[in-house]
Ligand binder design. Structure first.
Ligand code: 13P
Ligand code: SF4
Length: 311
């Protein structure tokens, strides 16, 4: 087998895919792929999905190795749920700017200011922040998770847009964090409405990380896992997809009978994974995710609570 040591090789995508499938078998590995990844990565996926679906899969697999094609908080979540497995992130640069907006130091201060509140952390947080949280949530289950809690006040972090969206669907007081995802935050409602004029019969499906005024003009708000479901069940033929650009490619594959128009930005972190790096990852066992045991043990409680409430 050809040894692949560089990030770029002369091998075709077909050859790289063949190599990955071979290595996957050899190492008893599964490849989990987030919906925002590029289409060539779909071809090596054992499972594709949203943050919630990927967390559940990571907790259920009996493979020895999990290769995560997504970003670091997702790979960390997989490691926390399956501490005995090897979890690999092909590119360590694949972080998440939103996750980095929540720090342990700041959370300590906010908790002190609101001692009667429970802490709900979006899975887009680093493991140390999850370890200080009562429960995690994703965009697919945030409202359900908050409403499941036995308290009147919730510190919701780090995404203020998702937090605001949740606050409209609960009686609880929501303490918002000042975090946002720049990929979604930059999408503008006026520009969107102008764009919609090109497709007058279209419906707008938006991710809840978008700003409030954009969500106000959308027909449906959901995480990446809910988008295909809505497009399939809705009578419209045309949809404008307002989120990271990769989602539209995924929808075109999953729902070929409908038309999807992208109103999007690229998340650079989600595009750091390449076929070459997956080969390298499985060949050289890199980059192995490590979460200190004390942090992982606490974070696991918050993640597992989320999975249990979501069932
Ligand atoms: P989903 O949980 O909807 O897949 O979203 C993950 C994410 O990173 C959104 O920016
Ligand atoms: Fe993080 Fe935003 Fe990228 Fe999602 S789209 S991984 S929230 S930076």
């Amino acid at each position: 087998m050809k040894k692949v040591n560089d990030n770029k090789t002369n091998l075709s995508n077909e050859k790289l895919i063949e190599l990955i499938l071979e290595l996957k078998k050899k190492r008893n590995a599964v490849i989990l792929v987030h919906n925002y990844q590029s289409p060539e990565i779909y071809k090596v996926a054992d499972f594709m999905g949203d943050s919630l679906g990927l967390s559940v899969k990571a907790s259920e697999t009996d493979a020895d190795v999990i290769v995560f094609c997504g970003v670091s908080f997702m790979a960390e979540t997989a490691k926390i749920l399956s501490p005995q497995k090897t979890v690999l992130l092909p590119n360590m640069e694949a972080g998440c700017a939103l996750a980095d907006m929540a720090t342990v130091e700041k959370l300590k201060k906010v908790k002190k200011a609101h001692p009667d509140a429970k802490v709900v952390s979006y899975v887009n947080t680093n493991a140390d922040v999850k370890a200080m949280s009562d429960i995690c949530c994703t965009s697919a289950n945030a409202v359900k998770i908050v409403n499941s809690l036995d308290c009147d006040k919730v510190i919701f972090l780090p995404d203020k847009n998702l937090g605001r969206y949740v606050s409209k669907h609960t009686d609880k007081e929501i303490i918002l964090w000042d975090g946002y995802c720049f990929v979604h935050e930059k999408l503008d409602s006026k520009v969107l409405l102008d764009f919609q004029k090109k497709y007058p019969d279209s419906k707008i499906i938006a991710h809840p990380e978008c700003k409030d005024e954009l969500l106000e003009v959308s027909d449906h708000i959901c995480g990446t896992g809910g988008m295909a479901k809505f497009a399939k069940s809705d009578g419209s033929k045309d949809f404008i997809i307002v989120t990271e650009c990769g989602m539209t490619d995924k929808l075109r594959e999953d729902v070929p009978q409908k038309n999807f128009h992208s109103f999007c930005n690229i998340c650079p972190f989600m595009k750091f994974t390449t076929l070459e790096l997956i080969v390298k990852s499985l060949t050289l066992n890199q980059h192995e995710i490590v979460v200190p045991k004390d942090i992982a043990d606490k974070a696991r409680i918050a993640i597992q609570r989320m999975i249990d409430v979501s069932k």
